[in-house]
Design a protein around this ligand. Sequence first.
Ligand SMILES: O=C(O)c1ccccc1NCC(=O)[C@H](O)[C@H](O)COP(=O)(O)O
Length: 268
Amino acid sequence: MNTTSDDLAPAVRSILDAAAERPGGDERVSVDARSLSDAFADAERDGRVPVIAEVKPTSPTTDGSRDDDPVELAEAMVAGGAAALSVLTEPEHFGGSVETLRRVRAAVDVPVLRKDFLVREDQLDAVEADVVLLIARFVGDDLPDLVAAARDRGFQPLVEVHSREELAAALAAGADLVGVNNRDLGKLDVDLATFESLAPEVPDRVTLIAESGISTPAEARRMRAAGADALLIGSAIMDAEGTDAAGTGGDVSANTRRFTSAESEGDV
Ligand SMILES: O=C(O)c1ccccc1NCC(=O)[C@H](O)[C@H](O)COP(=O)(O)O
């Protein structure tokens, strides 16, 4: 595993350069985390597809941005049946912040994932969250130590992979929450077949999440049929393309409901 400039899209190289500079927290955090697997089980019991809805104001692959209050967006996602939320804390390329995550987590009672590009242990201490993302491709040989450091602080580490090699590294590091990212961070292409090819290699004991590129209820069903315990969905819920001049976009609650009800009778 390596992350040389050659094998990363320029936007992703820029994200990683910024991440390397970003400071950590002043004090070690200790989190009383809300259980992600309980939240998924609750959703299944209610007949909702377990969805982690992402508060993602913008991104390198999004035209424009949504400037609505992130807390209002988060509450609308929960009203739409989201089992959990993901909040970008990366400021320079995604319009996120640790303060946004703090406000969202205080306003909702579902688990909240901190979505960022963490590369050092001290960066775990920047803000409390229930789940933290560790991207196998970016942390390389530090993955086992970062998984342990996250757990020591009370976080549930979600290890993101995109290849067989990264999946093997995640399992060797003891990950029990794995996300398969359908987006190739080398080219930024999205291919849902990525999840379909890796899912059969994942042991049943692992909670498996399909990430990125899910844009219709039919695609949500496709990922579930391939073995996804839950789905991480950002762009299709934020619907930034539908934003007006004030940065206000489509109905996030209705957008979320399309996915959480994707397996309900009558849905097409
Ligand atoms: O979303 C991007 O443009 C992006 C670009 C470069 C690195 C990472 C990127 N996204 C991070 C994510 O993992 C997604 O925000 C998340 O999986 C949701 O994806 P989507 O539903 O396709 O918005």
